[in-house]
Design a protein around this ligand. Structure first.
Ligand code: LMR
Length: 390
């Protein structure tokens, strides 16, 4: 044990405690990716509250379900995820502890299937590379976004896919790119799908913010486009954000195989890997999601709640974009981006000064959580931004 050195706390998660300890009433939390209302709250969805009440009343056992978790939940997500794409029995999955568990299991499965490396755009969610490295997958990077100009670097993606070897994996954010908010256009998705298929690369699509960009249909476009062209794919799905179930850890990993006959073998591998990782996923959140999706009335309430979240984030983005640019920071682009995040062109010193002098908490990468803004706190943020970039 004495060989073990102390590790720094996860930089993003550490912000939660730093923010809580700050006593300034004007402080602004743009850190970890949770949705907030215009009053700064992260309430439990009404649809989830109702589903939980039914669970409390009706659940007659807490006995084990198995490493695959709640398959009613896993299958209930599929029509939302796949839209009109018919997998003809080639896609199935299992429940995982959050989207993180799904990415972890995907990495384990890729490695077990003989994949040695994975290509990914940067910046990305910092935990992606940690997970890949933890299981022993080598990661190769390309630039997803030029943060200074806020332009998506599609040339860099094309060059990377060109360099990749057949059998390499490639990580793609299905929508609401974390951390940049910069998503591919429909035409770019078409191109990606063609190249990935032609080069026989293995896509891992991370769909952690489904429904929070432009709605389920539009946010699933990239996923469906890739699935339509490739023989095999992995999808890491999270319900932590689109059902507001963060701490309940609700996710699923889906695998598309070349033929339906391959599914049982793949599912048995997933079950074995899950068993060795966490044995079985926690039940409560997934059961609540299943109850919502099985009930038309609750589904409608849930969709209305999601609509209002999306509308609020859109209106915050529009307000920020109306400032155009401040110092080195291009705010106009924020209006075109999707989901909870955008990344601002700021130096570590400027980010530290925003925190120390203005009580503005954002990730060290310059990532801001759009839902942390309110119409009331945006002027304070802009004032701070002007001061630190002057
Ligand atoms: C985030 O990126 O803020 C969220 O996905 C939370 C996390 O686990 O990092």
């Amino acid at each position: 044990m004495e060989l073990l050195k102390a590790q720094p706390a996860d930089a993003l998660l550490a912000l939660i405690k730093l923010y809580a300890a700050d006593e300034r009433p004007t402080k602004i939390d743009l850190g970890v990716g949770v949705y907030r209302t215009a009053d700064g709250a992260t309430p439990v969805f009404k649809a989830i509250k109702a589903a939980e009440a039914r669970l409390l009343d009706g659940q007659d056992s807490k006995s084990y379900l198995g490493p695959e978790g709640d398959m009613g939940f896993v299958r209930a997500i599929m029509p939302w995820m796949l839209g009109d794409f018919d997998p003809a029995g080639r896609i199935d999955g299992l429940q995982t502890p959050g989207g993180t568990g799904a990415v972890r299991l995907a990495a384990d499965l890729l490695l077990k299937a003989g994949v040695k490396r994975i290509w990914m755009g940067t910046p990305s969610w910092p935990n992606h590379v940690q997970i890949f490295n933890a299981v022993g997958l080598a990661s190769e990077t390309f630039r997803h976004l030029d943060v200074a100009t806020q332009k998506l670097d599609f040339t860099s993606l094309e060059a990377a896919l060109d360099k990749a070897d057949a059998g390499d994996a490639v990580l793609l954010h299905g929508c609401c790119h974390n951390p940049t908010g910069a998503d591919y256009s429909e035409q770019q998705w078409q191109q990606i799908a063609e190249t990935v298929a032609a080069k026989r690369l293995f896509p891992l699509i991370d769909l952690a913010y489904h429904g929070l960009g432009h709605g389920f249909e539009a946010d699933g476009y990239g996923l469906r486009t890739v699935l339509a062209q490739v023989p095999e794919a992995l999808i890491a799905y999270s319900c932590d954000k689109n059902f507001g179930l963060y701490r309940e850890r609700v996710g699923a990993l889906y695998v598309m195989t070349e033929s339906a006959e391959q599914q049982p073998a793949i599912q048995s591998n997933l079950a074995a890997l899950a068993r060795a990782n966490w044995s079985m996923p926690p039940d409560h959140g997934a059961a609540a999601v299943r109850i919502v999706l099985e009930d038309e009335g609750l589904t409608k309430i849930w969709l209305d709640e999601l609509d209002s979240m999306r509308e609020r984030m859109r209106s915050v983005r529009d307000t920020l974009a109306s400032y155009q640019s401040i110092g080195s920071v291009n705010l106009a682009a924020v209006g075109q981006q999707n989901g909870l995040f955008s990344v601002l062109q700021l130096t570590p010193d400027q980010i530290a000064a925003l925190r120390a002098d203005w009580g503005v908490y954002m990730a060290g990468s310059g990532r801001i959580n759009i839902a942390g803004f309110t119409e009331a706190n945006i002027p304070h943020f802009i004032e701070g931004l002007r001061a630190v970039t002057a």
